[in-house]
Design a protein around this ligand. Sequence first.
Ligand code: SF4
Length: 406
Amino acid sequence: MAAPEDHARLSASASHRWLHCTRAPLLEEQFPERTSVYAEAGRVAHAIAELKARKYFVEPMSPGQYRSRLKKLRDDPNYDKGMDSATDQYLDHLKARAMSYPEPPFIALETRVDYSHIAPSGFGTADCIMIGSGRMDVCDYKNGAGVPVEAEDNPQMMLYALGALNIYRPIYGDTIQTIHLSIIQPNAGGVKDWGVTRAELEHWAEATVRPAAALAWKGEGEFCPGDWCRFCRAKAQCTARAAKLLAPEPKEKTLAEGSLSPEAKTEALAAGAVLLDDTQVGEVLQRALELESWVKDLKDYALSAALAGRAISGFKLVAGRSAREWGDLDTAFQTLQERGVEGAMLWERNPITVAKLEKALGKKNFAKAADGLVAIRPGKPALVPATDKRPAWSPAKAAFGEVTDG
Ligand code: SF4
């Protein structure tokens, strides 16, 4: 099930991109939408999450009905056992939010919200909306394990909230004054919450969204490359992104902004040999990471173009390396044994990893079964961009540990 908002030009899920780069939505329309195994897994997990919430809050069903609907979803090839506990966490969060209202709130699931009064033809689908006592909750389940998503200042969630205020205005008028946004991402950091007032949300809508949306709808404004390019369908071929990544750094700027003293810079220039200082190393590395990701996008694009019969200058397709494998495994192994190969030689036993067993059993069952059996081996320190949400690691603290009295 593709979320219908995927087809909105100014979709909430792409808003981080079109709010920055107003030229993106129109440019993207010439590229086909692609799905991925992650998107397919997300589709199944969302459907399970919805079923659980529906059964608990809005559509009582017999255990038989529930089991049969759940079984259908579990039969999907993209289902995995970890989705059971992940969607339980989603339901637990919804229950906790519902309990926080002085009286049972109104609850709507998988609701099409409409923010077209701010962004032309803008609509999206909110996983769960709760309203009561002058408050509103908007909750969104995310199945991804890759990039943890923050709730604070999240434009997708803020647009959902604006859309929900809009569609429920005929019933609640302007009585909703505070809004609580939650992202439930069990596979990457758990629950992220953020509270915002209606006035703040409406100010953002007028000051930021409306002007950007007016440009983005018509494909006007400036191309603006940034980290939002990575989900843009034009990301491989966009010349604005290419120009940003390939633009040479002016030499004077590099030298002027480095940490060398003016005398050292003059000396270094005169000697014709300049070492990058640590500031410059950081700048080059940051650009190299963006280039690395762009090179991958280009390779993916060029391969699909070549497979579609187009010529990519300077490249050609070659046959993949062939691999040997057993024709029919059962027949092959039986025949091998008849020919004197020991059965024990035919199978290898490898211990299952902690992560794989947890995925197979689900978080709850795993926690019970593996209690006291898992050792934590600290990972090697890694260098990541300063914008990474993880706390910084200090070699000094790690070497000397906590200093305690006595
Ligand atoms: S790749 Fe980046 S700069 Fe180019 S259109 Fe997409 S978002 Fe804009």
